[in-house]
Design a protein around this ligand. Structure first.
Ligand code: CTP
Ligand code: MG
Length: 396
């Protein structure tokens, strides 16, 4: 033993199940949440609580794996830990754990390894709540509206105020728990949890508030939830802002193209491409934000392939240029000044088209200029765009 005094509390971590519902390719306790297994996360919590004897009940054949998880999680408390082999049912696994208790232990907590994210404070709170002849369990209020059913038929409502959802660790006075276990084994009775077995022996069980993080990883969706909770918060990467403007005169051939849409019957804008000044201002704002040059450099007259091209081609290529340089688009806001076309009836449509092409939100507003300037005289359209971009992981 180390200099640590022998604890009077033990925590039995049952980890011997196969995890059929999770179907994780290994016994559930050894399935990874992130780089660490369910068992390792569970034991990290156990060893962060007040010192206790820790008994890990492992599936047959996995005792060595459990041992190394135990040793890593325990650190300098390794002397408090021990691995035993589990049984065919959870109850038998707990019984195997009980058989390994030290003589000095008077309070026993039983904990599902599958409740991997249970906060350490909950272990201490349960130990505190165990009475001389009463058990204690954490439980959460039931939030769903419950029905008693018979097959497909809803038979009756159930008052959820009378119910609570039981979690682990469940704590008990050692001697009474051992007797209750011996009696259940003799009678050949199986219980779904230790509190039910303990109560069946005629003892009281009290409840304390449970923890949302104490949920049991049972299905793949539960594993996803655990992964999500452990994922590091998204690091805010340096944002960069850019501005772009464009002006085109009316007088092009055919129909107007503006904001990624064709406007039949409206006078066309002139230009090297389709004259879509909204799209061009967006391109400059994006390239400017990323410090990647401007529209003339990437799409100008030196690039005849863009003659007559529409917004989809410009925006898709710009998005590609940014992605190759390690930038993701945050959002774009663009405004054009002009008397025509009347924009608001097609704003939603234009925003949807441009947003889809950039893979980021684009908002478009329009205004007249009170008859002032070239836009006010109806000679052309002036556009201003601002764009926000972010460096991505693959960027610099
Ligand atoms: N357990 C155990 N021994 C068993 C069965 C279950 O130690 N024979 C443990 C599990 O490892 C788990 C806890 O009891 O930590 C709760 O059981 P459950 O969530 O049902 O786990 P599994 O039985 O492994 O899963 P499944 O029922 O989907 O097979
Ligand atoms: Mg099970």
């Amino acid at each position: 033993m180390t200099s640590t005094p022998v604890p009077h509390t033990a925590i039995i971590v049952v980890a011997a199940g196969s995890g059929t519902r999770l179907a994780g390719g290994a016994p559930k306790a050894f399935v990874g949440i992130d780089s660490h297994s369910i068992l390792r996360h569970c034991l990290d919590g156990v060893f962060a609580a007040a010192p206790a004897q820790v008994i890990v009940v492992a599936p047959a054949g996995f005792e060595g794996d459990a041992e190394s998880e135990l040793r890593t999680a325990a650190g300098d408390r390794a002397d408090l830990g021990r691995v035993v082999t589990g049984g065919a049912t959870r109850q038998q696994s707990v019984a195997a754990g009980l058989a390994a208790l030290w003589a000095d232990v008077d309070t026993v907590l039983v904990h599902d390894a599958a409740r991997a994210l249970t906060p350490p404070a909950l272990f201490d709170a349960v130990v505190e709540a165990v009475g001389a002849d009463a058990g204690a369990i954490p439980a959460l209020p039931v939030v769903d509206t419950l029905k008693r059913v018979d097959g497909d038929l809803v038979v009756a409502p159930v008052d959820r105020a009378e119910l609570a959802a039981a979690q682990t660790p469940q704590g008990f006075p050692r001697a009474l728990l051992e007797t209750a276990y011996a009696r259940a084994a003799e009678a050949g009775l199986e219980y779904t949890d230790d509190a039910a077995l303990f109560a069946a022996a005629g003892h009281a069980v009290h409840r304390i508030p449970g923890s949302e993080r104490g949920f049991k990883i049972t299905t793949p969706a539960d594993l996803e939830r655990a992964r999500h909770l452990l994922a590091p918060p998204a690091v805010a990467r340096s944002p960069r802002i850019g501005i772009g403007t464009d002006v085109h005169a009316f007088g092009g051939e055919g129909d107007l193209w503006l904001a990624g849409l064709e406007w039949p019957g409206e006078q066309a804008l002139s230009g090297h491409s389709d004259g879509d000044a909204v799209a061009h201002a967006i391109v400059d704002a994006l390239l400017g934000a990323a410090g990647l040059g401007d529209i003339g450099e990437h799409f100008g007259t030196a690039h005849p392939e863009y003659a007559g091209a529409h917004a989809d081609v410009f925006l898709a290529r710009t998005r590609e240029i940014l992605a190759e340089a390690g930038y993701a688009i945050g959002n774009v806001s663009v405004q054009f000044q002009g008397n025509r076309p009347k924009f608001s009836p097609r704003r939603t449509e234009a925003q949807a088209v441009l947003s889809r092409q950039l893979g980021a939100p684009v908002s478009v507003t329009a205004t007249t200029t009170d008859a002032l300037g070239f836009a006010g005289r109806g000679e052309g359209i002036a556009v201003t765009a601002v764009a926000l971009v972010f460096e991505t992981e693959c960027g610099r």
